[in-house]
Design a protein around this ligand. Structure first.
Ligand SMILES: NC(=O)c1ccc[n+]([C@@H]2O[C@H](COP(=O)([O-])OP(=O)(O)OC[C@H]3O[C@@H](n4cnc5c(N)ncnc54)[C@H](O)[C@@H]3O)[C@@H](O)[C@H]2O)c1
Length: 316
């Protein structure tokens, strides 16, 4: 069994990765500064779930503090899952400095500390936002990267640092480009969370744009499985891989699916498209299938039902 640091382990994706690895018997160290970008209570609950799942500890620390990272990521650490970030496109449009500091400088600190500690691998959470302007769909990993938001720029810079730390210094790294992830404990600022909450209360919902924009939505369990597969695979060093469902639906169809599941009578209001939003996303997951035997298994209709059920019992 390994000692594994999960930065951002109090957040949505990080807490699921940490919980699953703890249940597998690994020693987990969650590193998170409980950033108040969304409810700190949600993050504390997530942390408690991980701590109850096995051999896990929590350290309140900031990835932008190099000294703290060096102290935590020491020679006893085998692997680092780097999930800590200022996520979210819209907030990055309002304030590009915060995502740059956390996502770029923070990643550099984690990489430098991991290199000095001689960790076996750093697995970095990247994003479909690195693609930005669509030249063709589905996005394969060769698709040009031209982000359309400061957030996308910061995730692309972090990815490049991961590649360069492998190519220049020999630190094994892999970046996973997640395509909109959803499921229990998902961030409350994401569309599926917002729609579900409002639809369960029969309150009106607002769609930015005409709702015909399409997204590849990926269920959290598939994302966790992809991350865990990387523990024992060396052929992905220095690479970035797409982690999506390989399917897409429009926001209007997403709402119709949620309407069927919830029975909601919510009205829909359409508002102007938001700055920084990508028009369409769809992952080509051939490379992940080939290199890590990634098999997305949860279709959107099933995933949404699981999510709404959990929401109904207060699991938001
Ligand atoms: N959720 C998605 O759809 C999605 C899609 C693509 C990429 N990602 C990436 O996946 C990762 C996890 O995203 P998430 O949705 O779980 O977000 P999240 O906000 O729920 O989790 C991120 C965690 O990082 C922590 N954090 C923020 N700043 C920090 C700092 N300076 N030091 C230490 N911890 C800090 C936060 O407190 C939070 O708990 C991020 O890197 C994000 O960019 C997410």
């Amino acid at each position: 069994m390994s000692k594994i640091v999960v930065t951002g382990g109090a957040g949505f994706i990080g807490s699921h990765i940490a919980e699953s690895l703890a249940k597998d018997g690994h020693e987990i160290v969650i590193v998170d500064n409980l950033d108040p970008y969304y409810s700190v209570d949600i993050k504390k609950k997530n942390t408690d779930i991980v701590l109850a799942s096995g051999d896990a500890t929590f350290i309140n620390a900031d990835v932008t503090d190099l000294d703290s990272m060096k102290e935590i990521i020491d020679s006893t650490v085998d692997y680092v899952y780097h999930e800590a970030a200022q996520a979210g496109v819209r907030i990055s449009v309002e304030d590009p400095f915060k995502p740059n500091n956390i996502n770029v400088v923070g990643t550099l600190n984690v990489l430098k500390s991991s290199l000095e500690a001689d960790v076996k691998k750093v697995i970095n959470a990247s994003s479909s936002s690195v693609y930005g302007k669509v030249k063709y769909l589905p996005f394969d990993e060769q698709h040009p990267t031209e982000p359309v938001s400061p957030y996308g720029v910061s995730k692309l810079a972090a990815e490049h640092y991961c590649r360069v730390f492998y190519e220049v210094y020999g630190l094994p790294t892999t970046s996973l480009r997640y395509f909109t992830v959803y499921g229990p404990r998902m961030r409350p600022d994401l569309a599926i969370s917002i729609f579900t909450k409002k639809m369960l209360a029969n309150e009106p919902i607002t769609v930015f744009g005409d709702g015909e924009q399409t997204r590849d939505f990926t269920y959290i369990d598939d994302v966790v499985e992809a991350n865990k597969k990387l523990l024992n695979i060396s052929k992905t060093h220095g690479k970035a891989l797409n982690i999506g469902s390989g399917n897409r639906i429009s926001v209007n169809d997403l709402i119709e699916n949620l309407r069927l599941i919830t029975g909601s009578i919510s009205d829909i209001h359409y508002a102007n498209k938001q700055k920084g939003d990508t028009e369409n996303t769809l992952a080509n997951v051939s490379l992940s299938k080939e290199l890590i035997e990634y098999e997305p298994s949860i279709e959107i209709q099933i995933g949404l039902k699981k999510f709404v059920n959990c929401f109904n019992v207060g699991g938001e």
